[in-house]
Structure formats: structure tokens, C-alpha cells
Write a protein that binds this ligand. Structure first.
Ligand code: NDP
Length: 272
């Protein structure tokens, strides 16, 4: 039987994962079947168990199940433990191995695809939700000169700060960002999903060489519009992160690293 993989989420109609993994499999000469499952909001564990019982080898997990996926894992990675969220499973006999590739995918897109290393640079990260939880360890490992995290809900930000327990991670309120400047400004809030702009002062973009929006396929979001107006050279959305996290999972499952450039190009919606 062809090896079975799936992405599970709810809703799942919008998912690009099956096309990404089909393109990876074709380019790597791998025989796999990859489907999309609309998970039950009341029986996520049952859906995973059924897929595994049918011979499933691995899964990607998307909203709203990443936290439940972590709870279900028997062997979570360190990244998944910090995030308390998993976006990929690998099934080995009875074991459910779990990892979180969102952060490494984001980092690879920024450093490798967009040519913007974090090493020695001033990085501003907006948000303190699941995506930021996944990004913090990989970001700190990339040695930024300064990593500042800002969130509306500062209690949530402080919880993260305590969990990470690394003096290089600094917290700020949105108000206190006035007059500060950064090399890279990364919007990991979900504000753009509702067409909103996080209350970030325009001054943070003054010297920035990259403004990165994690949401994808939405063109110039309010955040990217402000960055463009402020003269930021490189604007990007999260399509590269999406493809890079998928490549990490594919390699974890299949032992082969797929090329990502053509897939990113194919899925990119112009930032206009
Ligand atoms: P969460 O729901 O876990 O967190 C949402 C975060 O956004 C919180 O920090 C929240 O702040 C903040 N927020 C929401 N609205 C606003 C606003 N109007 N102004 C300021 N802050 C706001 O979401 P995720 O972390 O899972 O996702 C964040 C973004 O990343 C989404 O756009 C998502 O689509 C994208 N994403 C992209 C991926 C990719 O592969 N490209 C993968 C995963 C996520 P507060 O705590 O104060 O409420």
C-alpha cells in the first residue's frame, strides 16, 4: 500500500498542504498519498487514531488542533514542548512522535529564501500566540542582537518570557516601541486575518530591511502597507514559511529534503 499522510484541521477546505506535498513527492520521486481530513472539534483523538489504524504514517496538524496534537503526542520534541503545540506527527508502532516546524520554517524562509540573517540584528516580533511560541527557540538560536516581543496582552507575553527564560528575549508594550528601531519586523499576530493593523508605531520601520507578515495569500495587508509606506525594501508574506515547514515535515517522514523554491513561486499571491 502507498504510504498515507494527511493534514487535519477544521475548516480544512482552504488547505494548500496536499498540493505542496504532491509537488514535493513528484520532485523527489517518492510514492505517497496525502489527503485532507476535516477533524471533528469534539473527537480529534478519535480522528487521529482512525487514520493511524488505517496505516497512516504521519500527519500535519493545523488550526484549531495544534494544542490538542501536543497533548496527544507520546514523544514531543523540545520545540513542541516549548510551544505546547505540534504541527506534525510521525507514527512509529505505538508511538506518536510530534514536532513543531512552524518556527524553523519561518526562520528558513527569512534567512535562506529572503537572505536576511538574524545574527547580530535587531528583531521585533509582534504577537504571543501559537506561531510565536513555535518561533522563539529557533529565533534565539539564530543569535539576534536583540529580540523584542510585543503583545497587547502582556500577561501572555510574560508567561512566554518565563517559559523561555532567556535574557536575550525582551518584552515591550506597543506604546514603548515609539522611537525604537529594528532591522526585521515580523507580524505574527492574527490581526491581518480580520484586516486589522496591530498598534505598532511607524518608527519601528525606519531602518528595517524586512517586514514579514505570517498570514499569506492576502496581498498587501495593513501591516505590509505601513511598512511599504515607511520604505522597507523587502516585504514578504507567510507563503514561504508554509512551504518550508512542509519541507521539514516531508524530510522528517521520508528522509529526503525537497526543493522549495518552485513550490513557493507557484503558491505566491503578488503583494499588491
Ligand atoms: P493565535 O490565535 O495563537 O495568536 C494570535 C495573536 O495575535 C495574539 O498574540 C493576539 O494578541 C494577536 N492579535 C490578534 N489580533 C490583534 C490585533 N488586532 N492587534 C494586535 N494583536 C492582535 O494565532 P497564531 O499564532 O496561530 O497565528 C498568528 C498568525 O500567523 C496568523 O495570521 C496565522 O494565519 C499565521 N500563521 C501562518 C503560518 C504559515 O505557515 N505561514 C503558520 C501558523 C500561523 P493578544 O494575545 O493580545 O490577543
Amino acid at each position: 500500500m502507498t504510504d498515507q499522510y494527511a493534514v487535519i484541521g477544521n475548516p480544512i477546505g482552504h488547505t494548500k498542504s496536499p498540493v505542496i506535498h504532491r509537488l514535493f513527492a513528484e520532485s523527489c520521486g517518492q510514492q505517497i498519498e496525502y489527503t485532507a481530513i476535516e477533524g471533528s472539534t469534539t473527537d480529534f483523538a478519535g480522528d487521529v487514531a482512525r487514520f493511524k489504524a488505517q496505516g497512516g504514517r504521519g500527519m500535519n496538524i493545523t488550526a484549531p488542533f495544534k494544542l490538542q496534537a501536543f497533548e496527544l503526542a507520546t514523544q514531543p520534541s523540545q520545540r513542541a514542548r516549548l510551544a505546547r503545540a505540534a504541527n506534525a506527527f510521525k507514527f512509529e508502532d505505538e508511538a506518536v512522535l510530534a514536532d513543531n516546524f512552524d518556527g524553523v520554517g519561518l526562520l528558513r524562509d527569512i534567512e535562506h529564501n529572503l537572505g536576511q540573517p538574524l545574527d547580530g540584528r535587531r528583531v521585533l516580533l509582534l504577537g504571543a500566540g501559537g506561531a510565536v511560541r513555535g518561533a522563539l527557540l529557533p529565533f534565539l538560536a539564530a543569535s539576534p542582537a536583540r529580540l523584542v516581543l510585543v503583545n497587547r496582552d502582556m500577561v501572555k507575553a510574560r508567561v512566554l518570557e518565563n517559559e523561555v527564560n532567556d535574557p536575550r528575549l525582551l518584552l515591550s508594550t506597543y506604546e514603548d516601541l515609539a522611537g525604537q528601531w529594528f532591522d526585521l519586523v515580523i507580524n505574527a499576530t492574527s490581526a491581518s486575518l480580520t484586516g486589522e493593523l496591530p498598534p505598532v508605531p511607524e518608527s519601528v520601520f525606519t531602518n528595517a530591511t524586512l517586514a514579514y507578515e505570517l498570514a499569506y495569500g492576502r496581498g498587501l495587508t495593513p501591516f505590509l502597507q505601513v511598512a511599504k509606506k515607511a520604505g522597507v525594501d523587502t516585504l514578504a508574506d507567510g507563503v514561504g514559511m508554509l512551504v518550508e515547514q512542509a519541507a521539514e515535515a516531508f524530510e522528517w517522514w521520508r528522509g529526503v529534503r525537497p526543493q522549495t523554491g518552485a513550490v513557493i513561486q507557484r503558491l505566491t499571491v503578488p503583494l499588491t
